[in-house]
Design a protein around this ligand. Structure first.
Ligand SMILES: Nc1nc2c(ncn2[C@@H]2O[C@H](COP(=O)(O)OP(=O)(O)OP(=O)(O)O)[C@@H](O)[C@H]2O)c(=O)[nH]1
Ligand SMILES: [Mg+2]
Length: 459
């Protein structure tokens, strides 16, 4: 096969880390390693070593030692690419790792193209395309939850679902074709109704996967979180407490914040786009009015609202207006200024909302940890629309899913219009193909190339 030449690359990040790994893959991997590796104990050659064993030794180039290393031998087919693979664990540091790679290249390996290891894994049937794309996402994942979702996809959760839906579609195509072929033995009478029920189920499953890709966006891009409250409630103080620095101006003058201020923060690996807003109230001040208007706009598009209440003042019209504004929104309520004498009790607040309430003192930083725990819990309980079961992690897959859904819809419409069965197979086939694209079956070569070129070198 044209792919069997031997490739090598640095598989770890190009930073001064503790160790760096040079990976060699292909039919000559063991022979190439033989030429550069000297075992410290014994004289065993790499090509004679057992599969999945680790050996201590050094990398040499023309008798000159480059580095002391651990060498791992993995023979085909139980490797990432299904080809013979050698991994050299050298001491970190860009210079050393590069030197080792250069030596390996000098002795017969070719420098791998970006994503070539994963491309081989795909072409050798080790992983499917959606799993391969999830590898890109593992490399690019911005936070640990995004990472978890990419990994669950690597395990094939999306692929499994898509494969199952495809099978169901294929069953229907096969049935129609067979019945048309052999009307004497297979009847299509009442088949449309049966098909309709099946298609409804398929639609539901497709929609679930498509919806989950919206949640995927949240993990990658951050949860849009808007801090709301009446003037002087302590919104800006809370932003500062959370950020651990004075980002927003805080004064005892009502209407201090007049424009929105956006900050990005990572809490327990959850990425938040935090927006501080102008205190909401009726006001004659033109500039402040614009600020209030903007705050309300932000609230509408928010994924999460943090509603700050000043516990040292009685609840008023402004608080009630805000409550009305956010009644459909996921909210965490902050009972702020708990260091002062309360004018409103915690119980009173809990009575008016079903949202979690956290007692804090933004000024002194008390309760911030409890807030973070509450956020984490909401996230894990799926209250922030998180669905950690299935993720479509990129736009191409999502488009293909939508295409499949559209084709299924065409069949449903066909049934309603009383069209004959042979028309259904065309759209069913389209849906089948679109789903094939999601998991990399029936894909064209140039598409495969495009996808793999997106990988980092060495993966
Ligand atoms: N005692 C006490 N004072 C607080 C607390 N949080 C905020 N403050 C004070 O309340 C006043 C208003 O705080 P800000 O953070 O500016 O309030 P804001 O909600 O951003 O106000 P606007 O931007 O005007 O809408 C300041 O004097 C803060 O020091 C708190 O937990 N305890
Ligand atoms: Mg403010």
């Amino acid at each position: 096969m044209f792919l069997s030449d031997t490739i090598a690359a640095i598989s770890t990040g190009m930073t001064n880390s503790g160790i760096g790994i040079v990976r060699i893959c292909g039919s000559e991997a063991l022979n190439v390693a033989d030429k550069v590796f000297r075992s410290i104990k014994g004289t065993k050659k790499v090509s004679e070593m057992k599969s999945h064993t680790i050996h201590y030794g050094k990398i040499e180039d023309e008798g000159k030692m480059i580095d002391e290393v651990l060498l791992m031998v993995m023979r085909a087919p139980n490797t990432y690419t299904r080809e013979d693979t050698v991994e050299i664990n050298c001491h970190g540091g860009i210079v050393v790792v590069k030197k080792v790679l250069e030596t390996v290249l000098k002795h017969g390996a070719r420098l791998a193209d970006p994503g070539e290891f994963t491309k081989r894994a795909f072409l050798n049937g080790r992983i499917d395309l959606s799993q391969a794309e999830a590898v890109i996402d593992v490399i690019n994942a911005k936070n640990e939850y995004a990472l978890a979702s990419s990994i669950s996809q690597l395990k094939g959760v999306v692929s499994d679902k898509v494969v199952r839906i495809r099978e169901q579609i294929m069953d229907q195509i096969a049935y129609i074709e067979a019945a048309l072929d052999d009307p004497e033995h297979m009847s299509l009478e009442h088949y449309s109704e049966e098909l309709q029920t099946k298609l409804q189920g398929i639609q539901r499953e497709l929609q679930e996967i498509i919806d989950s890709s919206e949640n995927g966006r949240i993990v990658y891009e951050g949860i849009n979180t808007v801090i709301l409250g009446k003037p002087n409630a302590g919104k800006s103080s809370f932003l500062n407490a959370l950020m651990g620095e004075e980002r927003a101006i805080v004064t005892d003058v009502e209407g201090t914040t007049r424009d929105t201020l956006e900050e990005h923060i990572l809490i327990h690996g959850i990425s938040l786009n935090l927006i501080d807003t102008a205190g909401i109230r009726e006001t004659e001040d033109k500039v402040e009015q614009i600020g209030v208007e903007k705050a309300m706009q932000c609230a509408k598009s928010a994924d999460l609202i943090i509603f700050v209440i000043d516990s040292s003042r009685k609840m008023d019209e402004n608080d009630r207006n805000i409550l009305e504004l956010i009644k459909e929104k996921k909210t965490i309520l902050l009972y702020n200024k708990c260091d002062l004498n309360p004018a409103v009790s915690l119980e009173e607040i809990q009575d008016i909302t079903s949202a979690p309430v956290v007692k804090i003192s933004a000024k002194y930083g008390d309760g911030v940890e409890t807030f973070e725990k509450t956020l984490k819990k909401m996230f894990f309980d799926g209250k922030l629309d998180m669905n950690d079961q299935v993720f479509l992690t990129n736009a191409r897959q999502k488009n293909d899913m939508i295409r499949a859904r559209e084709s299924i819809k065409m069949v449903e419409e066909g049934i309603e219009q009383g069209m004959s069965e042979d028309f259904f197979t065309i759209d069913l086939m389209n849906a089948y193909e679109a789903l094939g694209m999601v998991i990399g079956e029936s894909v064209e070569d140039d598409l495969v190339d495009t996808i793999f070129q997106k990988f980092c070198m060495g993966k």
